[in-house]
Ligand binder design. Sequence first.
Ligand SMILES: Nc1ncnc2c1ncn2[C@@H]1O[C@H](COP(=O)(O)OP(=O)(O)OP(=O)(O)O)[C@@H](O)[C@H]1O
Ligand SMILES: [Mg+2]
Length: 244
Amino acid sequence: MSNGIALETRGVNKRFGGVVAANDVNLRVESGELRCIIGPNGAGKSTLFALLCGIQRADSGQIFIHEHDVTRMQQFKRVRLGVGLTFQTNRAYQELSVKQNLAIPNPGLSHTSERHELAKERLEIALNGFDLDPQDETIAGELPHHKLQWLEISMVLAGYPDLVLIDEPTAGMSRDETDRTADILKELNANGLTIIVVEHDIHFVKSVAQKVTVLHQGKIFMEGNVADVTADEEVKKIYLGHAH
Ligand SMILES: Nc1ncnc2c1ncn2[C@@H]1O[C@H](COP(=O)(O)OP(=O)(O)OP(=O)(O)O)[C@@H](O)[C@H]1O
Ligand SMILES: [Mg+2]
């Protein structure tokens, strides 16, 4: 299946003082993929997401979204190209209700009606799958932890993206909640959503991944199918060296 490249980086570099957070990153994700990015603490996973969506600027290299060069494009314009991001730490508005949080995002303006319908379907899949009611007046801050994470994923989908970057969605979740998250992401992907997910939970990675990219010290260390990557001795070593 190839519907073109959803996202591509060419030789992307980013330093924070002496720390090399992205080191010549060449990443290519096709439309329709569900890609997992793994790597130890400080490997540069969140930095890569920040670069992709425009929160951080690359020091050098290029970034393409649906073949548009977005390297110097502002964040809100990337959103219009269909990119949605969830953060590693909760960003839902704790003092607002579930209903208000789901009403905040601004659906992409450049959508064709066909893309719009698909995106609406995906939001429905998430709301149903995560047991979230868009009319719910419960204050987000009162939701259990996992429900807040699910609300965040749903908020991103309420912006009608066709590419989402999800940073550690299952952190702090029980096994059942993690499995449910994996199932819904798979269903969204089957519905055409391109998903790039950073995750440490190997059980989760094994259950969702088609292809896995391992980051280490800002560099792509290995890329391949989930069985090969998780069996790789060098990958095991870098993980053991940085227990999460
Ligand atoms: N805004 C920043 N200013 C300075 N240093 C930063 C900044 N953001 C990230 N770093 C550094 O860049 C490196 C990569 O950090 P990043 O958060 O991308 O790692 P990560 O792979 O997401 O780690 P984790 O698994 O802990 O979330 C780390 O050494 C981090 O301290
Ligand atoms: Mg991170």
